[in-house]
Ligand binder design. Sequence first.
Ligand code: DQA
Length: 144
Amino acid sequence: MKLLIINGPNLNMLGIREKHLYGAQDYAALCDYLRAQGERLGVEVELFQSNHEGAIVDRIQEAYQKIDGIVINPAAYTHTSVAILDALKAVSIPACEVHLTDVNAREDFRRISYIRLACDKTFAGYGFDGYRMAMEYLVETYKK
Ligand code: DQA
């Protein structure tokens, strides 16, 4: 099984950006964590981070017929991107949405998620652990 884990804009700034919200661990630490979870679960993990909406759309399209599950933290594009929603719908690969913070407990605009419409599940507010939960969910569903 192959999982693609996509992180959107500014997640490369983890450890620097708003530490009181996103924590002190950097993006490299997140990548290490995700690779370790992949090994533990016995699945291949591909990591992708971009600050560009079109690049994220391109990466989702490339996953067509190659990837078995997508974990996506679309970051700010969560709340704006019909293009990423449509890309996920186009490839119809099982997907989960992840947010480090509890987006429902922040500004009103963060409650809106376009991406959620193409996702089986959302894990928000669990920090790095949310990615693990999403990976476990996709692996369990794939096995069924
Ligand atoms: C985020 C939440 C988004 O609202 C925000 O724009 C981000 C990160 C999170 O992981 O909590 O950049 O997706």
